[in-house]
Ligand binder design. Structure first.
Ligand code: COA
Length: 389
């Protein structure tokens, strides 16, 4: 049965990039934009669900939920942190969805943040590696570019995907982000530039990787009844799915598909009573270009092995039949890990209500977001629809 009671009434993000702001300052900015500036008084918020991944390692700060809430002017509310590596933001969102859908609360804040440029790239890489299996993987040198390089090689061997195919995902991401003022990279790149052989982990090059970023995002969820108080333009959450998988890649049956993505999306479609064909667009977790290709197959937009061809033919472009990551994705907008899942929901919200400016896609009633964590051991998929659709 589709969910009936949960609406997004506002959503916002800070600019992503290397910001001269602390974790709490970014969080407070995103919260202010999603509450007071959007016409939702802070006094109406009843609880908060917060996504942060590794602030202990990046800014030496744990117990982030009460700290961030306090700084954002929401002292005293129930505040809980959710951690699922790069899917932390979407697990916070799912908890908020369950809190509203059950009727426990009627107005909640969901927010995520990460401050990553406080450390060097090497230190960030080591911190991010905590999302892999330490006993069998990270302690012997496997980093995230390495994990996705393994997936890329498997995809190349099984389906004939090429480095150029992956580079096209990057060109599309940078093109879409060039008109997104909140993106870390706002410049288009050519295919030749994306193919510059600066290898990070073969076959992945600089332009196949999402960057190290700072940023925060926030949104307000309300019950359907309450939404009318704030806006005529709310977006319904109609399906949600979450799944987990083995952390250790060696325990996977398949490296060209992420099982948690397949299961989470099937469950979300089932709950919404819809299929991939009913989706107008998708926002997927493109931490590396190969991850977007695989995600587009895992959520059922394309047959296994056909994702790269769809990019080549322009199907996933802003003006294509099935746009993917219309604002620029993690690749070009940035990937402050704890904020990403909330930011993805904010992108879907803006596209659905028709507020995406130059990045507005033509057919935008129903959208899906896919946020996964670590080596794909956690995945959350949510489906949203225009409330009056
Ligand atoms: N895409 C495009 N350009 C990038 C970039 C990226 N991902 N990362 C950095 N750059 C640019 C910088 O803007 C800078 O440009 P400039 O010289 O014009 O100012 C230049 O490349 C060098 O930047 P620098 O920060 O020194 O790069 P780096 O070598 O330290 O880091 C990566 C590059 C790819 C290694 C780093 O961004 C990375 O580790 N990304 C993956 C993050 C990750 O694993 N996230 C979790 C996913 S699950």
């Amino acid at each position: 049965m589709p969910l009936k009671n949960t609406q997004i009434v506002s959503a916002a993000q800070t600019k992503f990039g290397s910001l001269d702001m602390s974790l709490r300052e970014m969080f407070a900015e995103a919260v202010d934009k999603a509450t007071v500036e959007a016409g939702v008084p802070k006094s109406e918020i009843q609880a908060a669900f917060v996504g942060t991944f590794i602030p202990e390692m990046l800014v030496h700060q744990g117990h982030t939920a009460p700290l961030l809430l306090d700084y954002a002017g929401l002292r005293g509310l129930p505040a809980t942190r959710h951690e699922a590596a790069c899917a932390s933001g979407a697990t916070a969102l799912r908890a908020g969805i369950m809190a509203i859908e059950s009727g426990f609360y009627d107005t909640v804040l969901v927010a995520g943040a990460e401050k990553m440029t406080s450390v060097t790239t090497n230190e960030a890489t080591e911190a991010l590696a905590a999302a892999a299996d330490d006993q069998f993987e990270s302690s012997v040198g496997l980093t995230f570019p390495g994990v996705f390089a393994i997936a890329a090689v498997a995809h190349m061997q099984k389906y004939g995907t090429t480095e150029e195919d992956m580079a096209r995902v990057s060109v599309k991401a940078h093109k879409n982000a060039s008109t997104n003022p909140l993106a870390q990279f706002q410049k288009e790149i050519t295919l030749e530039k994306a193919m510059t052989p600066r290898y990070v982990a073969w076959p992945l090059k600089l332009f196949d990787c999402s960057p190290i970023s700072d940023g925060a995002a926030a949104l307000v969820l309300t019950s359907t009844e309450k939404a009318k108080q704030y806006t005529d333009d709310s977006v319904s959450v109609i399906g949600t799915g979450q799944a987990s998988a083995s952390m250790n890649l060696a325990d996977r049956r398949e490296l060209t598909s992420f099982e948690a993505s397949v299961v989470a999306s099937k469950n979300a479609y089932k709950m919404a009573g819809l299929s991939a064909d009913d989706m107008d667009f998708a926002v997927v977790h493109d931490c590396f270009t190969i991850a977007e290709i695989i995600a587009s197959e895992d959520i059922g937009f394309f047959e296994p092995g056909k994702g790269a061809e769809a990019v080549k033919e322009g199907v996933t472009a802003l003006d294509g039949d099935r746009p993917i990551n219309p604002m620029g994705g993690l690749k070009a907008v940035g990937h402050p890990v704890g904020a990403t899942g909330v930011k993805q929901a904010s992108v879907v919200y803006k596209e659905i209500i028709g507020a995406a400016g130059p990045n507005q896609i033509a057919k935008h009633d129903t959208g899906i977001m896919h946020n996964f964590g670590g080596t794909g051991a956690s995945c959350v998929v949510n489906i949203f629809r225009r409330s009056d659709a």
